[in-house]
Design a protein around this ligand. Sequence first.
Ligand code: ADP
Ligand code: MG
Length: 483
Amino acid sequence: MSVYDKYKAVIGLECHIQLLTKTKMYSNDVSEYGAMPNTNVSVITLGHPGTLPKVNKRAVEFAVKLGIALNCNIREENQFARKNYFYADLPKGYQITQDKTPICTGGHLDIKLKNGTEKRINLTRIHMEEDAGKSMHDIDPFESLIDLNRAGTPLLEIVTEPDFTGGDDAYVYLTEIKKLVRYLDICDGNMEEGSLRCDANISVMLKDAKEYGKKVEVKNMNSFRNVQRAIDFEIKRQIDLLESGGEIAGETRSFDAVNGSTFSLRSKENANDYRYFPEPDLQPVFVTEKYINAIKSQMPELPGDLFKKFTREFGLSEYDAYNLTDLKGLALYFNELVSFTKNYKAAANWMMGSIKSYLNENAIDIEQFHVKPKIIADLIALIDEGKISNAAATQKLFSELMQHPDEAPISIAQRLDILQSNDTNALQELVNQALAKYPEKITEYKNGKVNLLGLFVGEVMKLGKGKADPKMANQLVKEALEK
Ligand code: ADP
Ligand code: MG
């Protein structure tokens, strides 16, 4: 047993998601990524004397949506609070956030671990707040640059209970959160652009200990993989430190992606006292039962529910269901496709096979795919009715369909001359020709070399120029050989 097995790790995550509202949290400034620096900055964002903030309704709606999706309790009376600190990219000198009255409390997200087991991650709270501006220290060699466009951008902060035990479950959770916020259309989930950010709180304890160890907070991870790496590095660092007789210091650390290690930023002793107090310039926002119900009635189907539907109702494998629900667009397309066909497995295969390859090759999303689900269902029906072979459909018809997205598959099949003949007499004639070509192989077959069957069937298909129904050809060849 290694020393690491004596310990267990305890981890809680704090995620910020940047909301896809048109304007900022407390002003009409446009909220967009990539605008010219310092162009979307009004006196309200700067907190000039005499200006008054007002709450962005859409941001409240997004918070309620997320709360519903994560099974949270949604608060009726929402107050805002000032969190005071001094930093160059915080022009007001305070952030307007929520302190004692977060809009959502409780709730949970069920995730599926790599080993297939389900795990419930409990949530502590979700609250509304605004982002700070952005300082850039690495563009100009002498000066720090500040872009205040981001100041005031609406954020939701999702805080979990300390329910994670390592980098792996944290990684899965983040993947699911990203998927969820994209389904809800409230955040683009792009961690590289900073629209989804995550801090990890990590501690370790002996397995039979009663109390949690002292936690360390790690920041500045710009990808899910790096969150996972930072957590796993930090667990090992803390155990090594304890084993060598050291003590864990309550501190904030940063992740160095190049070395895969963490380093100390500041100790908790020097932590800011934020002097929270109720925001005097904003009235509380009331979220009524009626409002919550109205939003509930407009919720899209969520990935977790779709996964269950695809596996339980449609009998798809978990693998297929996972891939089909990964992106909302794919799931919606599939949902429409199966309203036209009951061959769910074939529908999934077309989605994950030819269609996805086409999207990849052309670097487009399903939203730009111009063939209607009904047409794909017609194509599946043609195969199921034995009118064209699966091979002809994937190899010939599909690419033709991409050129003529509105043409009926049956008409393309006629044009390409790949409709299968179901005429048994004609097929029997081809079988006879194929057998006549290799008389010595017939004897070998009869002496036990049964995999020669493929040779004859292949010959029949060749003679039939791809139009013969392979199933029927197979059957007729077998019958002829065993006569
Ligand atoms: P703080 O007041 O230091 O911000 P919080 O109680 O607000 O701490 O918790 C912040 C995050 O840290 C939450 O996600 C919580 O689950 C997590 N957390 C709390 N205690 C521990 C611990 N001992 N080890 C790891 N994570 C913890
Ligand atoms: Mg906290």
